[in-house]
Each structure stands twice: as C-alpha cells, then as structure tokens.
Ligand binder design. Structure first.
Ligand code: ADP
Ligand code: MG
Length: 347
C-alpha cells in the first residue's frame, strides 16, 4: 500500500486555479521532493497534506485511510515552516519539547526525548541557549529537532534550506537526508532549486502551473525529461528544434546526428526537440556526429569551466574540468557528440 496518496487535488484562490488535479504517491520511509517554480502551489500542497487547508476536490490518504477531512492535529503529520517559526525567548530545549508537552508525556519522557533529538541534530551543547542568539544553521537544526521530537509519521519541510547561506546549505544538503534516514521518517520536502531536490530526495515530483509534469527518481528525471519545459527547469540547455530522419537519425540546424536512444520509437518525419546532454560533447576530432563551432563564452566555476559554443540553430553548453586548458572565446573548435547523449523530446 502506498503510504501517502494524493488524488486529483484541486484548489482555487480568488477564481484563479492554483492546483489542477494533482495526483502522486509517496512510499513509507521515502524522502520525496516537490519541485517547482515559485508560485506553482508547493506550499499550498504541503498545507493540504498537513490539514491546514482543504482542497475543493480530491482526496488525501495516509496508510490507506482517507484523511481529507481529518483535523491537522489528528493526522500525525508535522509541517516545518519555511521561516522555522521557533518560539522566541525560549531555549533550544524548550522549543524541542513543545510538541511533546502538547502530547502530555511525562517530564522524564520529555527530557529523554529532547536529549535524543539534541544528539541527533548535533545540538548537545545548545540545550539552554536562547534561540534568538543562534545562527541560521543552528536555528534550522532546532526546527528539525522540534519537528521530529513527537515522532510524526510524516514530516513536511517547506524550503528547509532556503534561508541559509551557500556554504551552510551545501553542508546541510548532505546532513539532512542522513538525519531523516536515521529516524526512518517518511518526508516530503519542497524546493524551487533542482540541485537541492536531487541531493535531498529519493523521488522528485515536478510541478508546473498546478500540475504534476513529471515524477520519478532524480537520475531518471535528469536523464529523460518529458519535454523542453522540464529540461530547461532542470538546467539542461542544449535544446534544438529537430526532425526525425530515421528512427536513429535526427536532423537539427547544424547537421544530421546519429542517435543511439530510440526508446520512444519516433516515426520518420516527426517534429520535436533534441536534447543533447553536455556530458556527451567532446572537443576532439571524432568520426560520429562531428561538428565545428565557435566559442562564444567561457566562465570559471571553480570545479569546472563552462563553455558556450555557437552552432547553427543555437548554442551548445558543456563543462570542462579545470585541469585542461579550455579554448578561449573567439576560437574555432572541432568536436563530436556521443550518440547515447541524445534524447528525443516529442512536440
Ligand atoms: P509556492 O509555494 O510554489 O511558491 P504557493 O502554494 O505559496 O506556491 O501558492 C502560489 C500562489 O497561490 C500565491 O502566490 C498566491 O497567489 C496564491 N495563494 C496561496 N495561498 C493563498 C491564500 N491563502 N489566499 C489567497 N491566495 C493564496
Ligand atoms: Mg512556497
């Protein structure tokens, strides 16, 4: 049985449809991520799952039971807010104990659970600190410890790393899934950042304009986006209008390319787009899918150079490791493209 199931969820604000038939499921123990641009309805979906908002149509089921009309406090679901919403002028321990007090546990049980949560989140030395005096990263951990303390069966995290600076985000991006897996809680995180979604989750549910446009394992989504919108949103920029010549040959403005992948068995004459994964572009002489291009841009990103090449009909973007000397803007380069790096996106 699927642990959480959303079926055909509809929600409208001021006559504007916000969620238009959202359906997806999350398995027990899974970390899922709702990914979508700002305004795509992610926070509203979390609020509907938490019971803070009613959908106009559709159902939410947890462990096989319809909870659509069940009040929030009876769902066993905790929502960690985007701004953490900690209680000011209280200590870390008092914040973490809050949900446990609500559940009327004994003093000893609360103290034990708080200690466990402090250890889990690396906050052992912070128990008696005022939360107002903590850094952003420490506040984030307190919010996480407070959310996990009452042992929710489902934890919802709204942009959990959104308020943090870059270095801290990168570290918590690694720590957060480790903590969630250690407690084994089923979790749904929300973000507008595809790298964050990939790093955090077992499964990504991609939303656009109130609809699920694609869902699956992060690697699968990245490897096989359904359409150009998904590809662009995931940061895949090498997209060209294209026409199928033969099932394994596709025509774009800068040439006719061999394509090893024909999972969709497109028919000759079909029109759509071609996606070229940057990992398949090589700047050396080659005998298949050879091309000539001019370098238009080169930017240094520390762990890589990003190159932009002008070809007929568009631009090719690729990454070069910093150990190599990359060509400079203005230079003409020769390269080839691996047939396995091409993906056909039907119109
Ligand atoms: P996301 O989290 O993906 O950015 P939201 O779920 O916050 O998207 O909602 C997107 C839009 O829905 C908001 O920009 C707003 O216009 C509208 N909206 C959300 N909640 C309300 C509300 N309570 N009342 C009116 N409009 C709302
Ligand atoms: Mg939001």
């Amino acid at each position: 049985m699927t642990f959480l199931e959303l079926s055909d969820i509809h929600k409208t604000y001021e006559d504007a449809p916000l969620l238009c038939g959202v359906t997806f499921g999350v398995e027990r123990g899974e970390i899922a991520c709702l990914l979508g641009p700002s305004g795509s309805g992610k926070t509203t979906l979390l609020r509907i799952i938490a019971g803070l908002e009613m959908p106009e149509r559709g159902t939410v089921s947890i462990e096989g039971a319809d909870v659509t009309a069940l009040p929030a406090h009876r769902r066993g679901v905790v929502l960690m807010f985007q701004d953490y919403a900690l209680f000011p002028h209280r200590t870390v321990a008092q914040n973490i104990a809050f949900g446990l007090r609500m559940q009327r546990h004994s003093r000893a049980a609360i103290a034990a659970r708080v200690a466990e949560m402090l250890a889990l989140t690396g906050l052992e030395d912070f128990a008696d600190r005022d939360v107002n005096l903590l850094s952003g990263g420490e506040r984030q951990r307190v919010a996480l410890a407070r959310s996990l303390a009452p042992q929710p069966r489902l934890l919802l995290l709204d942009e959990p790393l959104g308020a943090l600076d870059r270095n801290l985000r990168e570290r918590l991006l690694e720590e957060l899934p480790v903590i969630l897996r250690r407690v084994g809680v089923t979790a749904i995180t929300v973000t507008h950042d595809q790298e964050e979604a990939f790093a955090l989750s077992d499964r990504v549910v991609l939303l656009n304009a109130g609809r699920v446009v694609q869902s699956g394992r992060p690697e699968t989504l990245y490897d096989r986006p359904h359409d150009t919108w998904v590809a662009r949103f995931l940061g895949l920029e090498n997209l060209f209008p294209a026409r199928i010549r033969h099932p394994q040959q596709v025509e774009v403005a800068f040439g006719v390319l061999d394509m090893a992948d024909n999972a969709d068995a497109p028919k000759p004459g079909a029109e759509g787009h071609l996606l070229i994964h940057p990992w398949g572009i090589h700047l050396e002489a080659g005998t298949v899918n050879a091309f000539t291009a001019q370098v238009t841009q080169r930017t240094f990103h520390g762990s890589r150079f990003r190159l932009t090449l002008a070809v007929d009909g568009g631009a090719l973007h690729l990454d070069i490791p910093p150990g190599q000397t990359p060509p400079a803007p203005g230079e003409t380069v020769h390269g080839w493209i691996e047939p396995t790096a091409l993906r056909w996106l039907p119109a």
